[in-house]
Design a protein around this ligand. Structure first.
Ligand SMILES: *Cc1c(COP(=O)(O)O)cnc(C)c1O
Length: 413
């Protein structure tokens, strides 16, 4: 790990204080033209000794705006401090977690996985238009049937068809011959340009798609394609638990990645991360964004600098080893749970590097699922699966109670 270090509490606080000082101080300066200010002191308690130990609260009060993308070009000078911390977050993610070369990437803290996925599709749609004069009808999005619905939103907004690829019921892996058949048919129907959403842990199963499978078939048919990895859920676990993972920027087929900080990292909501290789994000430059100093290359406009500081704080409070230990604990609990289920002959899906276990619904009663807050695959119609996610708050003692109840309802044929 080049950049992902653990900092002491004093260092964290000092760095954040320094960052906030270099952010415009609305109280003491002359910024007449900015439609921004501190949090309203008539409404919020913005002063007091309790703030000394709460750098995040101080950041929310200072209210910096991290508008724009700060890994290239110019940025608004009024918010230098929080932008710098954001750049450090992006660097840890791109270089240390996803193995990009120094300065070979762009990225920003988006509002979430939904925005990051749409940002990727938007970039590729514009790229195909610009480079090939492609029409919307000639483009297609490919993603597995377990893909997050944000991709359907993107497809709808951008007017590019999304084609769902079937997966095997038990292994949740993309069925290769089906994928090939679909691609062949799409090409016959006139599709020429492809954007793939490859999951690094699906929301329901924690299953991981193989981006090389898409690359192999699309290369065989000699059509342009781009692969975006949706690591909204798995991005802070899978690359750390599976050291041999090739789903990163060392893989030439991977062009961009989504990672959510507000899921596994437990950051405040509004902290998804978008990463891509250099030379791509310019495709969504909004030239009309003239009042913003620097280039506006992001789907969202104004966005919270305090949120960027929150993600920075989490990463550098743990450091790589601290985070590795935290993930390892969750995976140990998941393995414990897995063994209990195996002993009861209960069928489930689990990727060995993930902390999600999805049980076949015939082994769980609806009442039990409700009592323990399991999430069904379908809220309407026939539900075949229920998932358990081993988060920080899900401890073995909780799982034990659930297993005990599960035993009671287990019917052996
Ligand atoms: C949660 C999730 C998303 C959407 O993220 P939001 O942050 O809720 O917008 C996208 N993809 C996957 C795999 C997810 O788990």
């Amino acid at each position: 790990m080049k950049y992902w270090k653990k900092y002491s509490k004093e260092k964290l606080i000092n760095r954040i204080d320094k960052a906030l000082k270099s952010t415009v101080d609305f109280q003491n300066s002359k910024y007449l033209g900015y439609p921004v200010s501190n949090l309203d002191e008539n409404v919020f308690n913005t002063n007091g000794p309790f703030l000394n130990d709460s750098p995040l609260l101080k950041s929310f009060i200072a209210n910096p705006n991290n508008i724009g993308c700060h890994t290239l070009g110019k940025s608004e000078s009024a918010f230098k401090g929080s932008q710098k911390l954001e750049k450090e977050v992006i660097r840890v993610l791109a270089v240390d977690i996803f193995k990009a070369e120094k300065n070979s990437y762009d990225g920003y803290i988006a509002t979430g996985g939904t925005e990051s996925n749409i940002q990727a599709l938007w970039i590729y749609r514009n790229l195909y238009k610009k480079e090939y004069g492609a029409t919307l009808q000639e483009m297609a999005i490919l993603s597995s049937e377990d893909t997050h619905y944000s991709v359907n939103k993107g497809s709808n907004i951008l007017s590019v068809d999304n084609v769902s690829i079937p997966v095997d019921f038990n292994s949740r892996q993309i069925i290769k011959p089906e994928l090939e058949k679909i691609i062949k048919n799409l090409i016959t129907e006139g599709k020429k340009y492809f954007m793939v959403i490859s999951n690094m842990a699906t929301t329901m199963f924690g299953s991981v798609d193989d981006p090389d499978l898409y690359a192999e078939i699309l290369s065989k048919y000699n059509v342009p394609f781009k692969i975006h990895v949706d690591g909204a859920f798995g991005g802070f676990i899978y690359p750390i638990s599976n050291k041999k993972s090739t789903i990163n920027f060392k893989n030439p087929h991977v062009s961009s990645i989504t990672i959510d900080a507000h899921k596994m990292l437990q950051a405040p909501y509004g902290t998804g991360v978008f990463l891509c290789r250099k030379g791509l994000i310019e495709n969504v430059l909004t030239k009309e964004a003239q009042y913003v100093d620097g280039m506006d290359l992001t789907l969202v406009g104004s966005r919270s600098g305090a949120n960027a500081i929150a993600v920075w704080m989490i990463l550098f409070s743990y450091g790589y080893y601290g985070w590795f230990e935290k993930i390892s604990t969750l995976l140990l609990r998941t393995e414990w749970f897995e063994k209990q289920l195996e002993a009861l002959d209960i069928e489930f899906f689990r990727d060995p590097f993930m902390n999600i276990i999805t049980l076949k619904s015939e082994f769980v009663t609806e009442k039990l699922a409700e009592n323990y807050g399991l999430v069904p695959q379908n809220h309407e119609g026939i539900n075949k699966w229920y998932k358990v996610i081993i988060m920080d708050h899900v401890e073995i003692d909780d799982l034990k109670k659930f297993i005990k109840e599960l035993k009671k309802v287990r019917v052996y044929n």
